[in-house]
Ligand binder design. Sequence first.
Ligand SMILES: Cc1cc2nc3c(=O)[nH]c(=O)nc-3n(C[C@H](O)[C@H](O)[C@H](O)COP(=O)(O)OP(=O)(O)OC[C@H]3O[C@@H](n4cnc5c(N)ncnc54)[C@H](O)[C@@H]3O)c2cc1C
Length: 423
Amino acid sequence: MLIPVSVATRQTETLPCDILIVGAGIAGSALACGLRDRGYSVVQVELSDRPLDTARGDHFQCVVVEILEQWGALQAFWDAGAEKRHGAIYYTNTNEVLLNAPHAGLPIPHPYYLYLHHELIGQTFLNLAAQNSRYTLFRPARAREFDIGPEGIRSLTLKLPEDHPAPDGFTPGQTVIIKPRMVVGADGRSSRVRDVLGFEAQVHDYENPLVVLFAPRVEPDPMNNVTIFMSPHGTISRIPRAFGGWKVGLPIRKADIAFWKTATPKMRKSAIAQRAPQLESIDAEVGGFYPVKLLNTTKWVHGNTVLVGDACHAMHPARGQGMNVAIRCLAKLMNLLPDVGEMVDAETVTRRLRAYESGVKPAIDKVLADNHVRGEEMDSLDASVIARSAAAMKVINADTELLRRYRLQSAGYADAIGVPNQE
Ligand SMILES: Cc1cc2nc3c(=O)[nH]c(=O)nc-3n(C[C@H](O)[C@H](O)[C@H](O)COP(=O)(O)OP(=O)(O)OC[C@H]3O[C@@H](n4cnc5c(N)ncnc54)[C@H](O)[C@@H]3O)c2cc1C
């Protein structure tokens, strides 16, 4: 008997896979990219069909550039418009150099940061991920209905939206039951995966939100340096953007959000110049306001499921580490994953995930603790705290060995996480 197509295609479909990735922010999309030529069947579920928020992380540390090269992904970033940043310089608001930390000259394969808009980073990873013939992306689709047991996540039931095209082989409105051998929760700071598995987290809310502004460049800087100005009124950072722009970020009091929302260009100019007279010629538009949080889960693994990225370690953007730490962890996770043939053995999957957790989490706890100290410094609008951090930078700048170590650390080569090719 012939079944009408409209009925047949709407049946519930069961979709087994090796790896289910929940979320396609930078952590989820980078993982799908890194796995693309490893033979796994990968299913990814992303809630939003909009581009990622352009104001978020957009600079890859030198060590992450090395990881991109190892993944065969680096050229795709140049093709997408990525540019090189050659250093970071801290100034006082009276133009005294506090710390000058060039990346150039470091004994590493890629002595530069790579930067590209956040949403283009995500899209570049996803374009590469799609080279895997065993890759399916459900987007937009919300991962909500998990079947959970002691062995981890048994299945995810997805209802595909009626009003969006479905991936090949699926139809809008269809129900899909994904049965994964392994699950990666890459669903960000408000992670659903973390919550359904009952992971506990230590959370710290920083006092002051960040305001992010965008501006066209008004002066050339062939080094594309990040410049940070430390004044008694707070710090302010000017960060190069690809395609000829700057991102400006500063912590503000919550009560001042209203000011920044309604300020005229002239008022914005004078508020920026109050912190850094050097930036007075900048015409900046407000991009957004960001409450800042530290989040650190006590565990990463439950059975066949592991958390990555902001889902388990969200941090203050003071040192531009969140996205970078996520990718460095993924590189380590990928080294420990069972081969495709071993994925059928649930115990092997869990054992490898636990090895990843016990091997890497202590380093991340340390990175989070260090980042928290830097976060508190950047968060502070107290002149005496800012003066203390400025004095500490001068000490580093004046000592050749301390400065070398600082530069290596900011490149990602001298911190607790370690270097990809030295495992
Ligand atoms: C202003 C600002 C500046 C920053 N600057 C830097 C920087 O310079 N360098 C740096 O390294 N880091 C920086 N960061 C941090 C960095 O942006 C984050 O650490 C990183 O983007 C986190 O990526 P993620 O993929 O873990 O999480 P997210 O980007 O939050 O991605 C999670 C994804 O999961 C999806 N999702 C959520 N729930 C579900 C669900 N139930 N089902 C399906 N999908 C779901 C979301 O839609 C989202 O796309 C900055 C952050 C901010 C706010």
